[in-house]
Write a protein that binds this ligand. Structure first.
Ligand code: NAP
Length: 282
């Protein structure tokens, strides 16, 4: 088998977990492929993408939106999310070194979210989802919820951002005020609470986006934050008996989907998870 070259681009990139996670897959499956973490400055992005030195790339902050300008094709879900996190370079097999490959943009974050719920047998159809946060990761999660016919309520510290995102993504969400939400005595009727804010992320691990007293045992809690593995939100929810899902699962499943796109393989999810957990605070 010919070794293929993969990598992740971002700026900065030093703390990315993608490299160890993908290397663990290649080791587990005995594949000769390599995976680099590449620091690409914004002013170098176009030249880097056009130089096509890789068979596939993951794309992270700050390039997920800007990179779209430099691709030959963008898949529908990435268009909906308006961001790309995976690029596949397509070359003709007969002239691998001479032709110009086509760069195809995908977004695997929505599938990553969806598969991390599917793993727990959670079906989003007609569920009431309360999404907190309107930043980068929120976009993919909102599109996944929309595409799975969930009813979305969206709240964000900066309310105007939630209003804008609702319009941009065309998700028909109900927007509620964050300050009011967390000072009320109860939540609107909710099946699944999704934290997409960075609240609770290392080193501010004593914070949660939602007071414990608002959680009920029937709520399913998804926290996009994966470092630490058990955020305050997850700990609070576990203490009252909620089903909880850590952001680690989304991280692993978005990586797994990239591998399916690049190589058509079924990735070893547990080996990926085990590798990521080695790098996280518990
Ligand atoms: P981002 O674009 O910077 O968005 C941050 C969000 O958090 C915004 O909605 C912001 O509200 C809110 N926020 C931040 N501090 C807050 C506070 N003190 N109180 C209330 N709201 C606050 O970040 P992102 O890229 O979406 O990442 C968010 C988190 O998800 C990070 O922890 C990141 O590591 C994690 N993540 C996980 C995955 C995964 O696969 N599991 C993937 C990507 C990211 P404002 O709009 O008011 O500023």
């Amino acid at each position: 088998m010919n070794p293929k070259k993969f990598g992740v681009i971002g700026h900065p990139i030093a703390h990315s977990l993608s490299k160890p996670m993908h290397e663990a897959v290649f080791k587990e499956l005995n594949l000769p492929h390599t995976y680099d973490a590449i620091d690409v400055k914004p002013e170098d992005l176009k030249d880097f993408i056009k130089s096509n030195p890789y068979d596939g790339l993951n794309v992270t902050i700050p390039h997920k939106v800007e990179v779209m300008k430099h691709l030959d094709e963008i898949k529908n879900e990435a268009k909906q999310i308006q961001a790309v996190n995976t690029i596949k370079y397509i070359r003709h097999h007969d002239t691998p070194n001479t032709d110009t490959p086509k760069a195809i943009g995908h977004n695997t974050d929505a599938t990553g979210f969806q598969n991390s719920l599917k793993e727990e047998n959670i079906n989003l159809e007609n569920k009431n989802a309360l999404v907190i946060g309107a930043g980068g990761v929120s976009r993919a999660i909102l599109i996944s919820l929309k595409n799975n016919n969930a009813n979305i309520t969206l709240t964000n510290r900066t309310k105007q951002k939630a209003i804008n995102l609702n319009q941009q993504l065309n998700i028909n969400a109900k927007i509620i005020d964050y300050e009011q939400l967390i000072t009320n005595n109860q939540l609107p009727e909710t099946d699944i609470i999704v934290n997409t804010t960075s609240i609770g992320m290392h080193p501010n691990t004593e914070h949660s986006p939602i007071p414990k007293k608002l959680l009920k045992p029937n709520h399913i809690i998804f926290d996009a934050v994966y470092n630490p593995l058990k955020t305050k939100l997850i700990k609070d929810a576990e203490a009252i008996g909620c089903k909880t899902i850590s952001g680690v699962n989304m991280l692993v499943h978005q990586g797994a989907e990239s591998l399916r796109i690049w190589l058509g393989i079924e990735p070893p999810i547990q080996a990926m998870k085990d590798e990521v957990l080695k790098h996280l605070i518990n």
